[in-house]
Design a protein around this ligand. Structure first.
Ligand code: ADP
Ligand code: MG
Length: 304
């Protein structure tokens, strides 16, 4: 019988690509935390830019999506690229499904609490509600980009909200309009991180993310907005909600290397799904003991 350890020791050293974008060629500092644990497990891991020319993705035993965040304006190209990578985590089918927030409609239909959303295509006219705070964001997005918060009772903000919707529509982007969940201002957002164990996804750790939206979309060109992250111990209700989300996934999503479930309490305190990140979630490895080791173990388990 060959133990897992003997197998890694005797086979040629496995090669893993940690997939990033040209603006982050050495990965985010948080993702770099997995490099030493992978090296300790005999794995050669290196950052690789997803759209760099002349990369032979067949050279890698596994390519792990980490920070390819510049795909947003060219999602079709990114999805097509994902199909060409022989061993991708998470897999190309998942990438296609999860890079467009219309997946939230499927999860809602399966009973997952989600934010009530108006979906506006290019030709749809938007009549803003008279009052209330609303979020305008594109269905394909990452890093809180092109996302704004508007108090519709205020005439100026109302005009900015209308202009924001029109700007996204003009760029042929599907628009989402949602009530602002104001519990995020006090309680914050909870992200539950799951990593693959021997029998599928296992809860690893969680963080609290402070509110991201202070007002109208400022149309910055950065890859992502700065985040205020602290550790969080999720409530039983949050654990249950995250489990419900993962149980509601389409069957062809498996096997997943990681998943992140982002929740904000609704008006009655029920955890509401804001985003399910299966594509390129920040994993916040530095915010929990052992998280980088658990990710390294999950990667090694996935190797041939
Ligand atoms: N309906 C909402 N209510 C309150 N805050 C929201 C809402 N939608 C988005 N946000 C805020 O905007 C951030 C980014 O939105 P999200 O839907 O997670 O898109 P992405 O992270 O893909 O850009 C969230 O982390 C949250 O702070
Ligand atoms: Mg998010």
């Amino acid at each position: 019988m060959t133990s897992e350890h003997d197998r890694t020791a005797t086979r040629a050293r496995a090669r893993v690509a940690l997939v990033t974008c040209a603006d982050l060629p050495e990965l985010e500092p948080d993702d770099q935390l997995v490099l030493a644990p992978l090296a300790a497990r005999g794995v050669v891991a290196e950052p690789v830019v997803w759209d760099a020319p002349d990369v032979d993705w067949g050279d890698y035993d596994l390519a792990v999506l980490r920070s390819p965040w510049d795909y947003v304006p060219r999602r079709d190209e990114f999805v097509a690229w994902a199909r060409r990578v022989p061993a991708l985590a998470n897999p190309a089918l998942t990438v296609r499904w999860n890079t467009d927030k219309r997946y939230l409609r499927e999860l809602a239909a399966a009973g997952v609490p989600t934010v009530p959303t108006d979906w506006l295509g290019a030709a749809d006219e938007w009549t803003p509600p008279e009052t209330g705070e609303y979020v305008v964001k594109p269905a394909v997005s990452a890093g809180s980009q092109d996302t704004g918060r508007y108090d519709l009772a205020d005439a100026d903000q109302r005009a900015l909200a209308v202009a924001h919707v029109a700007r996204l529509q003009a760029a042929d982007r599907l628009v989402m309009v949602q009530p602002y969940l104001d519990a995020v201002d006090t309680y914050g957002e909870t992200a539950l991180l799951f990593l693959a164990g021997p029998d599928g996804l296992e809860f690893s750790h969680a963080i609290r993310k402070g509110a991201m939206l202070t007002g109208p979309d400022a149309a910055t060109n950065s890859l992502y907005q700065p985040e205020k992250i602290t550790p969080r111990t999720p409530s039983d209700a949050e654990h249950a909600a995250a489990r419900q989300v993962l149980a509601a996934l389409p069957e062809d999503m498996e096997p997943l290397l990681y998943a992140r479930v982002d929740l904000i309490p609704g008006a009655d305190g029920t955890p509401i799904l804001v985003e399910l990140e299966l594509t390129e979630p920040s994993l916040f490895l530095g915010h929990a003991d052992g998280a980088a080791d658990r990710l390294a173990d999950a990667i090694v388990r996935r190797l041939p």
